[in-house]
Design a protein around this ligand. Structure first.
Ligand code: NZQ
Ligand code: ZN
Length: 387
């Protein structure tokens, strides 16, 4: 096992009816910015719950953070924080609102040009350099409620970039599984698949000595395979909703990546498909992942075989199981409503591979993956296979 440090200071408050506890988690004298998305919280009663819990607090609101949040939108909130001397931010939303709030928190006290946070991928380590924030999660998927990463899009240049650091953990996150009742089917499907691929990014690498990490990863995958199709049909079933929400948090709160190699190339390539064609984040992963495993088959086949045996109970030679595991993964994605080709999700896609290869070349991203063996040639192959 590789050496590691585990640090996760997020106070996670999980369960039905827990949103009211928000009042006990924010310092009483705070001036709070409540940040949210396009308005779903007004229709499903979450806004009312938060508003009631924050009675007596000094609250300013900022709405309109879009899916795949734009730098340009978030900078408007940064101005409000600075002008109104806000000292706590509450994100009420899914990954986009939470990631947006992480950016707002970092940019508000940043002394340079805030775009550099994204372009230079600045790491924030000091609590004093950011505005503290908490979250009320409304969409299980990203794990952003319990991690220190953030992904922000830049409208002007059609880019999607990430940043983070240990100061970017939420102070707390309230995860009430009943919030998923109002999610459209498409978002429930996305949530399951995003979490699933988060696990695969940290698991489908090469054999190592992190036996426990592998078993935890496999248990999250098995849980998602078991409950994924059901929760889409029955989002009001509390057993399904709570296991779905907890699986998503566990998939990307840092635990399963400790002591083991990780990949993340599917995400890096997938982000370009969202930036170019506005394809939902999870759907980009369902397109790219399987083709990445095909192109990298020789170096991933041992873990693919282990995955096939333990998660899908496949039998045969290791080589056969490894290949079938990719097929079983695609079949699961189809069951979950994913369309696994770029052309099924966007049009005029002929130049996609050229565009992404050029972009990665400009950024110096020429050796991705757990073995740094995803060259620009392999990248092209993966994207072209995905057409
Ligand atoms: O904006 P509103 O009106 O609230 O509607 C949202 C949005 O349209 C809606 N929604 C959220 N909760 C709802 C609801 N509708 C009804 N009922 C509810 N309870 O769902 C839509 C999608 O929301 P969004 O926040 O965009 O989805 P998700 O949580 O999947 O977040 C995706 C973003 O997170 C980033 C992605 O790249 C993408 O930008 N990621 C962040 C990560 C991280 N910080 O660790 C890791 C991930 O890999 C991912 O990259
Ligand atoms: Zn993701």
């Amino acid at each position: 096992m590789l050496n590691f440090e585990l640090y996760n200071p997020v106070k996670l408050v999980f369960g039905k009816g827990e949103i009211e506890k928000v009042s006990t988690l924010i310092p009483k004298e705070s001036k709070i910015l409540v940040a949210y998305g396009g308005g779903s919280i007004f229709k499903n009663g979450i806004y009312d719950q938060v508003k009631k819990a924050l009675e007596g607090f000094n609250v300013v609101e900022f709405g309109g953070i879009e899916a795949n949040p734009y730098f340009e939108t978030l900078m408007k909130a940064v101005e409000i924080i600075r002008e109104q001397k806000i000292d706590f931010i509450l994100a009420v939303g899914g990954g986009s609102v939470i990631d947006g709030v992480k950016f707002i928190s970092a940019a508000a006290k940043f002394e340079g040009d805030p775009i550099d946070i994204l372009h230079k991928r600045i790491i924030f380590k000091e609590g004093a350099d950011v505005v503290p924030f908490g979250t009320v999660l409304t969409l299980p998927a990203t794990g952003s409620e319990m991690n220190s990463g953030s992904v922000v899009s830049i409208k002007a240049t059609q880019e999607k970039r990430d940043f983070g650091g240990s100061a970017m953990f939420p102070k707390f996150s309230i995860c009430d599984p009943t919030v998923i009742a109002s999610l459209p089917k498409r978002q429930l499907q996305n949530g399951v698949i995003d979490a699933y691929v988060h696990v695969l990014e940290q698991y489908l690498t090469y054999p190592h000595e992190g036996f426990l990490q592998d078993r935890i990863a496999e248990s999250i995958l098995q849980t998602l395979v078991e409950i994924g199709p059901k929760v889409v049909e029955n989002p009001t079933d509390y057993a399904l909703a709570s296991n779905f929400m907890w699986s998503c948090t566990m998939a990307l709160n840092g635990l399963i990546q400790k002591g083991v190699p990780s990949d993340w190339a599917t995400h890096m390539i997938g982000h370009e498909l969202t930036a170019l064609y506005n394809i939902d984040h999870a759907r980009t992963l369902a397109i790219i992942g399987p083709n990445l495993y095909r192109v990298l088959f020789e170096t991933k086949k041992e873990k693919l075989a282990q995955y096939g045996k333990r998660v899908f109970q496949l039998t045969g030679t290791d080589e056969e199981i490894a290949r079938e595991a990719i097929g079983a993964t695609v079949a699961f994605y189809h069951t979950m409503g994913m369309k696994t080709k770029i052309s099924e999700n966007a049009s005029n896609i002929e130049n996609t591979a050229d565009f992404i290869v050029n972009r990665f070349e400009e950024r110096g991203w020429k050796a991705l993956g757990e073995r740094q063996n995803i060259t620009l040639e392999k990248l092209r192959e993966i994207v072209e296979l995905s057409y």
